[in-house]
Design a binder for this molecule. Sequence first.
Ligand SMILES: NC(=O)N[C@@H](O)C(=O)O
Ligand SMILES: [Mn+2]
Ligand SMILES: [Mn+2]
Length: 435
Amino acid sequence: MEDFSGYPIHETHFPNSLSSLSVDTENLQKQIDELSSFSDSPAPSVTRILYSEKDVSARRYIKNLMAVAGLSVREDAVGNIFGRWSGYEPELPPVSTGSHTDAIPYSGKYDGVVGVLGAIEAIGVLKRSGFKPKRSLEVIMFTSEEPTRFGISCLGSRLMAGSKGLAEQLKKTVDSENVSFFDAARSAGYANVEELSTVSLEKGSYSAFVELHIEQGPILEEAATHIGIVTAIAAPASIKVDFEGNGGHAGAVLMPQRNDAGLAAAELALAVEKHVLASGSIDTVGTVGILELHPGAINSIPSRSHLEIDTRDIDEKRRNTVIEKIHQSALSIASGRKVKLSEFRIVNQDPPAISDELIIKAAESASEVLKLSYKKMISRAYHDSLFMARVSPMGMIFIPCYKGYSHKPEEFASMDNIANGVKVLALTLAKLSLV
Ligand SMILES: NC(=O)N[C@@H](O)C(=O)O
Ligand SMILES: [Mn+2]
Ligand SMILES: [Mn+2]
């Protein structure tokens, strides 16, 4: 391995030993299955919510795997977990890789998990091949990529990227059971959680960040392509909306006298779809994933309604136009139905992220050396990479998943595809560690 240091990054020359990298597929599959057992919903579904008992067990499991892999393990104040393999020039900014292990309700066992367990295995692959990194290699398990518990996505990586507003926001953030973020973190063992400022990274702390992830779409599988090299990550936004009406008896209140907060919510949900479809681009998407009615009784007119809207696009300006149109609709629906728009809050409105050319090239040449087909593509799902891109050159490697399923129990990635992803990640990390 040493003899290839100094090869220019875009050259696809690798000593033969590296083109025959061995992934311990049996052990990796066992780890994926064991980790999926830390779930608050029955198999094959996985539910693992931030700072829940199952999340704490999964965290312990990951820290143990990192230690067994010979990495030096540490955690920050909110529980981002780091496992480092020191390079022979440890003073240089390391190369990092990683993803998340939290899982939305009733989802699958591969989203994020492949990027954490696969990263630890990629380092195992390089160690077994005799490779010695110049820059240290660091595996990161990010806290709460999924927005499930506190409505904030990529909580750990946002804080690492220095999101000031978020630190303030977290001081008054509670979950649906009114448990505060700080209490939840403390209950999971993070006693110093209030030291949020210690979580943020200096720009340049890492020379590169690479995330391995299942595609969560059907493109690679349909194109029978082994590897996806992500060139950009779409810009996500989420909005919380509340309507208040009069409510009343479902039988006794005649239709003309009603101020139905439920119908206002339903009308807005359809307006989201209308505005997204009218954007003129297939790249614009909009989802109403949460719609709640109060009091939630069949024979009572909804007096309050709550919606949460997720809208995304690779074109930030076009997405923001859709958000504005949704806001206008909420206002006109409220006045049309004589209900109160008591909240229209944009929780996050993030810019898209562009992958680093050097990392794209490294992943391309790694795929070529491994004789794996690859294609460049956009990520429509967001990832911790979206925020790591703010403090480090960023890249992502996708692998195919069954029918593109994700965020549901049928989510599946074959071990062959996972092993290919691990090898491409290993070679990419090796190259970047020698730059
Ligand atoms: N990768 C992934 O699933 N991220 C999600 O949180 C999302 O909604 O995109
Ligand atoms: Mn997800
Ligand atoms: Mn994910």
